[in-house]
Design a protein. Sequence first.
Length: 241
Amino acid sequence: MPGYSLLISAFLRLRTLPSPPFAGMNPFCEIAVEEAVKLKEGGSASEVVAVTIGPKAAGDTLRTALAMGADRGVHVLEDGEVQPLAVAKLLAALTRREEATLCMLGKQAIDDDSNQTGQGLAGLLGWPQATFASKVVMDREAGRASVTREVDGGLETLSLKLPAVITADLRLNEPRYATLPNIMKAKKKKVDTVTAQELGVDITPRLKLVKVEEPAKRQAGVMLSSVKELVDRLRNEAKVI
């Protein structure tokens, strides 16, 4: 059951605005959807259910996941802010309802970079987790997943007993493009709509956004004529030596 985020496009130059100018699927979540579909194509999964949480407009992005190969979708309608803990609670409620055995998520959203939802979901469900996955191998008969993840020292391989939560890193796969025929087919696939209230989940924000501001503009560089001049400026102006 892949869940994904709806966020500002990664290809836009950002400015501080009251609301985002355009929304699309979080790239890491797109990778998670692709991996879930590949697992089904390889016989390691019987059904892929894509989940999104957000306003009505998020339904368009849900259709993209369906066009990529997900079998059906669940749209949790919510117009307000949904913070990582609330997302994890909603996904936990849906996971229990759907009786899922594997949750695939992006490792983080690229707008707030919280990197909390997958870990929170695993904690709420009491399931094992493997984050930052760069390779996933399923053994359906043994009921286990082998996950290779990127760490500072190289690569680490974990063996997880299912059910489990896995979060996708950048090098896990290359998401496919949704073809026109599959986009048309996606329009006929089933999408259930629910609310947080119907799921019995409290999504009251726990965090308060204090301020958002653009970074300070960088000063123009200066061309120096010699190493001696560079050392002089470092010593007398920057005072770093």
